[in-house]
Design a protein around this ligand. Structure first.
Ligand code: SAM
Length: 199
């Protein structure tokens, strides 16, 4: 396990400030673009650990009112610097202790490289925050790294059984699929899961 203080915003902030953010591919997740075609119509979406906001911007361009949450100010400064549609908002907050003002107001939570980056012992807090963020009937759509071989975390990778056990208490699995598109080099490493919020 990594000794990185993954629950400390200063750790993440300094990585952004030093330009040491190899997870930032400079554009939205190709898997999100494809996955959005499966959702009926746009509403209000939250992106936990949004980093530089590439996925937030794609959601907004596709008609969503999109809110990016991150606790690293330098990430949000970069995200804001990229601009985008007026329907975008960014919130500096710890997603694992979701502020009351964000509770129960979203139709969609898009998970991409946040769940895999938090301390393992905080995963239940992530699931509870995602559940709390959503309105009744809301969906959690996520790209998760599959545990296909040894890898030095983070990112943490998961088996399907582990994903079932983390999310099953608060969410129903509606669909899962291997993305047809992904960042170069991530082929076969991700699985997409669509969950609906249990009321
Ligand atoms: C691996 S990076 C991924 C960023 C972005 N999703 C991307 O793919 O470029 C993880 C992000 O989650 C943020 N983060 C980690 N824990 C967080 C928490 N508890 N609350 C809010 N943001 C968090 C970090 O600051 C960082 O921007």
């Amino acid at each position: 396990m990594s000794a990185a203080p993954l629950d400390n915003p200063n750790y993440w902030d300094s990585r952004y400030r030093q330009g040491d953010a190899p997870w930032n591919r400079g554009s939205h997740s190709p898997a999100l673009e494809e996955a959005l075609l499966r959702l009926s119509r746009p509403g209000r979406a939250l992106v936990p650990g949004c980093g530089c906001g590439h996925d937030v911007r794609l959601l907004a361009v596709r008609g969503w009112e999109a809110v990016g949450v991150d606790f690293a100010p330098a990430a949000l400064a970069q995200a804001r610097g990229h601009g985008g549609p007026a329907s975008i908002a960014y919130e500096e907050a710890d997603f694992l202790t979701l502020p009351q003002r964000l509770s129960g107001t979203f139709d969609l939570v898009w998970e991409h490289t946040c769940f895999c980056a938090i301390p393992p012992e905080r995963r239940h807090d992530y699931v509870r925050s995602a559940h709390r963020a959503l309105r009744p009937g809301g969906k959690l759509l996520g790209a998760f790294f599959l545990r296909t071989g040894p890898l030095d975390p983070p990112p943490h990778c998961f088996t399907l059984e582990e994903l079932d056990s983390f999310f099953g208490s608060h969410f129903m699995l509606e669909a899962e699929w291997l993305p047809g598109q992904c960042y170069p080099g991530r082929e076969g490493e991700e699985i997409l899961r669509l969950f609906s919020r249990k009321d």
